[in-house]
Write a protein that binds this ligand. Structure first.
Ligand SMILES: [Zn+2]
Length: 527
């Protein structure tokens, strides 16, 4: 007896349909799964057997063969438990849709509007008692089912809010194997998703932090605004306690609001990573990820035996913040080059290679020296000159090349901390950032793949950065005086372009250049 149940597997951040074929034949009792099953799928046999028995079904003491097709794609995860259990039920006549005796008799109407097993994509892990447990990637699975033109998708109840944002298909949530059997056999309804993605998207949750909470640090806040306006990566150098992390945490709050497409794309990544909070439907605010400096390269860019998105992808469309930048291992920082350049990461495995989106703004912070107090008026630095140079040398050149803005964030004087004037709210700053982004989009219209000043190539700079004669003279003086390299010169020009965009100025004026030069701390000779 052969039964076929539709399911799906996740590859990268997308899902593809998988046919779960279950064959039951006479012979010595056995249970074999074929079609490149990985660890979790194999273990699933034990869960499926227990779940069937504990839900008062008969587990057949026969030769059971389960084939997951297509067979040539690697499959991970426990999401096949539920479809395999349903396949066994269908193949043994314990579920509607199975070729039971008399089924081909036209006088018996078996349809009577009951849902047909073949119209649904089904995913779910089983607990030993027959309960259905959440899986990773329910959102991409629902999208794949809709794109295949199917009638519905059955996901674990806990994944319903997340999968439910997909419209154009019935998204149903199941909490037990028995409830799914009743749905197909008796038409007992399953909980149906009633998420309106657009409405949900319109009612954004308020952010938990705001730029207004930071007093003083006007120079750093201005640098943050410029970074956000031109999508420039940013490095903050300052002693412990100067508020570098506080500042970085507020960077996502001044970036333009996410579009619905961006929100869906970001949610897919978090869904595949299994990181959606319980009841969470849609990631509507830009992510902020701050991995510890002991992170591995696989943790940062993704990978592992069962590939998962790394921090760079979880920060997609948001901010990746690396505190204590020189403490990160060199090989870990090296792997940041691909995502910073291409906006995605590729992970190669023996059988396949897959890619995850990873377009983020990089924020980084470091102490000025190993002890942290170099240049601090209130405390003496105990590091020698050699130790300081060695510390700075730990930053890899290629990574620094991708960071347009570096600023010094000094310890905050008591006077500024204690004054109760509250700063400018994020929403006001975001308005200006939006304006500057609009001007950039207009200027770069027709130039494929270019959406912000930070991504201009040297050719783009020549084309888009018109500098007045005075500003040009000032730029040349700065190059000579600060001994700027050609690369540093390009960075200054890009930042000046963003400052001009914030000031709604078409040409780059001397004031824009002189401000831009201030955001190249590491180019300046050290004291
Ligand atoms: Zn020191």
């Amino acid at each position: 007896m052969l039964a076929r149940v539709r399911s799906a597997a996740v590859l990268g951040i997308d899902a593809y349909l998988v046919d779960v074929e279950t064959d039951i034949a006479n012979g010595l009792p056995s249970f074999t799964t074929v079609g490149l099953p990985q660890g979790a799928v194999k273990e699933g046999r034990e869960r499926v057997g227990a779940a069937l028995a504990n839900s008062d079904f008969v587990f057949p003491l026969k030769r059971i063969t389960v084939n997951l097709a297509p067979a040539d794609v690697r499959k991970d995860g426990s999401a096949f438990d539920l479809p395999i259990a349903l396949g066994i039920l269908a193949a043994t006549g314990q579920l509607n849709g199975a070729p039971t005796p008399g089924a081909d008799d036209p006088s018996i109407d078996r349809s009577n509007d009951l849902p047909n097993l073949h119209d649904y994509v089904i995913v779910g892990e089983l607990g030993l008692e027959g309960d259905v447990r959440p899986v990773r990637g329910a959102l991409p699975v629902a999208l794949a089912a809709r794109d295949a033109g199917l009638r519905g998708v059955v996901v674990p109840l806990q994944n319903l809010p997340e999968a439910g944002v997909v419209d154009g298909i019935a998204v149903l949530g199941a909490d037990s194997l028995t409830s799914v059997r009743r749905f197909f056999d008796e038409g007992t309804p399953l909980r149906r998703a009633t998420v309106d993605a657009r409405r949900l998207f319109g009612s954004r949750v308020p952010r938990d932090v705001d730029l207004a909470e930071i007093r003083g640090q006007e120079h750093a806040k201005r640098a943050l605004e410029i970074a956000a306006a031109g999508s420039h990566n940013l490095l903050m150098i300052g002693p412990p306690g100067s508020g570098k992390t506080m500042l970085a945490r507020r960077l996502p709050t001044i970036l333009p609001e996410m579009t619905l497409d961006e929100a869906l794309e970001t949610t897919k990544i978090h869904s595949v990573a299994g990181l959606m909070p319980p009841g969470g439907s849609l990631v509507t605010t830009r992510p902020f990820r701050a991995p510890h400096h002991t992170i591995s390269d696989a943790g940062l860019i993704g990978g592992g035996t069962y590939p998962r998105p790394g921090e760079v992808s979880l920060a997609h469309r948001g901010v990746l913040f690396l505190d204590e930048l020189p403490e990160f291992r060199k090989n870990v920082l090296e792997v940041l080059r691909q995502p910073l350049e291409d906006g995605y990461v590729t992970i190669s495995r023996a059988a396949t290679s897959l890619s995850y989106p990873a377009q983020f703004m990089l924020g980084a912070a470091m102490n000025p020296c190993p002890c942290g107090y170099l240049g601090d008026p209130g405390r003496a630095c105990t590091c020698g000159g050699v130790a300081v140079s060695r510390y700075l040398a730990r930053l890899s050149g290629p990574l620094l090349d991708r960071i347009d803005i570096h600023i010094e964030v000094p310890a905050v004087p008591y006077r500024e901390l204690s004054c109760d004037r509250s700063g400018e709210p994020s929403a006001v700053v975001r308005e200006r950032v939006n304006g500057a982004r609009q001007r950039q989009l207009k200027r770069f219209a027709g130039r494929e793949g270019l959406f912000a000043n930070a991504y201009m190539t040297p050719a783009d700079l020549r084309r888009f950065c018109r500098v007045t004669d005075q500003a040009d003279a000032l730029l040349k003086t700065a190059i000579v005086r600060l001994k700027l390299s050609a690369r540093a010169y390009h960075r200054v020009l890009k930042i000046a372009r963003t400052i001009a965009d914030l000031a709604e100025s078409a040409p780059i004026l001397p004031g824009h250049v002189s401000e831009a030069v201030q955001y190249r701390s590491l180019d300046r000779p050290r004291q």
